[in-house]
Design a protein around this ligand. Structure first.
Ligand code: WQD
Length: 335
């Protein structure tokens, strides 16, 4: 298939492009490089042995999108493009609503002009909000977000559901990611955020590399086995493979279907830190600090629907996630 991957130069998008190319799909990337390096398409080509087509465009640019759809008969779209920093979304909500919603509406309008009716959307476990019990199941209420970033994910899910209700031929899979971490085993692709990382694993990797002095564990007094928060960490390559299964499923299933992508189990902050040291031999100095606003004590997936509908389960271990993160971070430091 011809697959348009918006945000395909980003962390999850680039890993997904590798899997798509290796499965024989033609990949067209639309990315404005606002949060990705210009050499990522080339790295994707080196790993996959086949090059994606790359357009440096903003998905809100309707004429630029039309040009792509004129040049290629797009069979399906995987939509990653969007801002994703929770804290920044609280500081600049209008920037998030304008960018994430506008880009999606523009994309859907152009898809409609060219008769493309299949989309896989990069959603997030954050749509489950603070009131559901773990493990999160797709039939639970997902109608309260705790930050503007999360609200954009909720709103886009609703837009896709409404479009599926209006057009019986429209097909959308809403993939709700839990906590993707790790990097490609080649060390050529990984999570390399600009500035000080917000998320745990890239922060741990930079402490291990000596770039940052120590990790602050946000809270050690939660009602959990070791007092630190539990999360459902999954390897980014497993997550990428979930997208491959999702476009195949979407191609033959009209409607809008939410599907969790997670391992189905929770790992604590301290468990991850100790696993990282075991996997890499690198010490990670840390201190226990105050809780971070908005953090939930426990978040993990019920992963049964992905297995039933997509035949997908996360396979890589926490040790592989840590080892691959370190392999990328230690190479990134030398780029
Ligand atoms: C994980 C745990 C922190 C950093 C976020 C988004 C979510 C999704 C994934 C996009 C928490 C703790 C972290 C640090 C720490 N993103 N931590 N010290 O918050 O579960 O999810 O990223 O879809 O939408 O909300 O991930 O990696 O930030 O935090 O102790 O320096 O690590 O408190 O318990 P989170 P995270």
């Amino acid at each position: 298939m011809n697959v348009l991957v918006t945000g395909g130069a980003g962390y999850i998008g680039s890993h997904t492009c590798v899997e798509l190319l290796q499965a024989g799909h033609r990949v067209i990337i639309a990315d404005n490089l606002s949060n990705a390096s210009a050499d990522v398409p080339e790295r994707i080509a080196v790993i996959a042995g086949a090059a994606p087509v790359f357009y440096q465009v903003d998905v809100r640019d309707k004429d630029a999108l039309r040009e792509i759809f004129r040049a290629y008969a797009i069979d399906s779209v995987i939509h990653f493009a969007g801002f994703k920093a929770v804290g920044e979304s609280c500081r600049e909500p209008l920037k998030y609503y304008r960018n994430n919603i506008d880009s999606t509406l523009t994309l859907l309008e152009v898809m409609g002009e060219f008769g493309c009716k299949t989309i896989v959307f990069s959603s997030s476990a954050t749509v489950y909000g603070p009131n559901n019990p773990v493990p999160y199941r797709e039939d639970m209420p997902a109608n309260v977000a705790t930050n503007p970033y999360g609200w954009t994910k909720l709103m886009i899910e609703q837009i896709l559901r409404d479009q599926a209700s209006a057009d019986p031929e429209f097909r959308a899979v809403l993939l709700r990611y839990f906590n993707p971490i790790g990097a490609h085993p080649t060390g050529l692709l990984g999570d390399d955020p600009n500035g000080i990382p917000n998320n745990l694993m890239p922060y741990v990797a930079r402490v291990a590399a000596g770039i940052l002095p120590k990790l602050t564990v946000f809270g050690g007094d939660y009602d959990t086995p070791d007092g630190t928060c539990l999360r459902d960490y999954l390897h980014v390559v497993d997550l990428a493979k979930g997208h491959l299964a999702a476009i195949d499923y979407a191609a033959s299933h009209p409607g809008a279907e939410a599907i969790n992508l997670g391992t189905g189990s929770g790992v604590s902050v301290l468990e991850l830190v100790h696993a990282f040291t075991r996997a890499t031999g690198r010490e990670v100095p840390y201190v226990i600090g105050p809780r971070r606003d908005g953090d939930l004590p426990m978040v993990w997936a019920d992963a049964g629907k992905a297995k039933a509908l997509l035949g997908w389960t996360a396979e890589k271990t926490l040790e592989e996630m840590c080892r691959d993160s370190w392999s990328f971070a230690s190479k990134a430091g030398n780029r």
